[in-house]
Write a protein that binds this ligand. Sequence first.
Ligand SMILES: Nc1ncnc2c1ncn2[C@@H]1O[C@H](COP(=O)(O)OP(=O)(O)OP(=O)(O)O)[C@@H](O)[C@H]1O
Length: 234
Amino acid sequence: MKKLIEFKNVTKEYNIGEVPIKALNGVDFIINEGEFVVVLGASGAGKSTILNILGGMDTATSGKVTVGSQDLTGLNEKKLTAYRAEKVGFVFQFYNLIPNLNALENVKFAAEVCKNHLDAKEILTKIGLKNRMNNFPSQLSGGEQQRVAIARAVAKNPSLLLCDEPTGALDYVTGKSVLKLLQDLNRETKTCVVLVTHNAAIAPMADKIIRVKSGKIESVTVNELKQSVEGIEW
Ligand SMILES: Nc1ncnc2c1ncn2[C@@H]1O[C@H](COP(=O)(O)OP(=O)(O)OP(=O)(O)O)[C@@H](O)[C@H]1O
């Protein structure tokens, strides 16, 4: 399998107050093209920091981060912004939709700045929101809003889909359907998905599980017996 992402001895320090906080302390891992990766760890372990660096929203203090042929640690602010806009789709716990745009406009607004974007209507239809395209976020349930947020991320046709606790605000059944959607999209489009969560029970749905503890990698496990989300209970 071809390598897509590499973290090499990555550190991240925050200098707030007297004592610097080492959010990441010598992190190494590799993610291959098309993989569905779950990043697990307790609160404060460094999961979001990894995701933010990978998405070009933050930069490493030292070490090297490569995505495809791009060395993110060498990019200036302008190039990092272009990387973030073109290559990365983001899904957060809170959907961050624009309240005065309907579902279709939310997806179009984000996607149409990207060169190789997909058709917003097609994606929303595929995601099961054909009849809700003209609804505003306030008229949609949490699960539907998260689907719009996923459509918005996917419509950019990104190389990488980054999800930070995407089911954190959803009930069990809705959360599970959102995970199924992400798993199906990964299977069908082969887009690499990196999903951060503290719910260790969903590890069996991943190709690879990266466990983070106190800013370090505790383990990287390749899951040979990947399961469909429907078959996992927690
Ligand atoms: N902007 C910041 N300034 C200072 N410290 C920060 C900042 N962002 C994160 N940290 C610290 O870095 C460490 C790692 O934080 P991070 O958000 O990556 O953890 P996490 O594993 O995602 O936690 P959670 O599951 O609670 O979201 C924590 O100690 C956190 O307090």
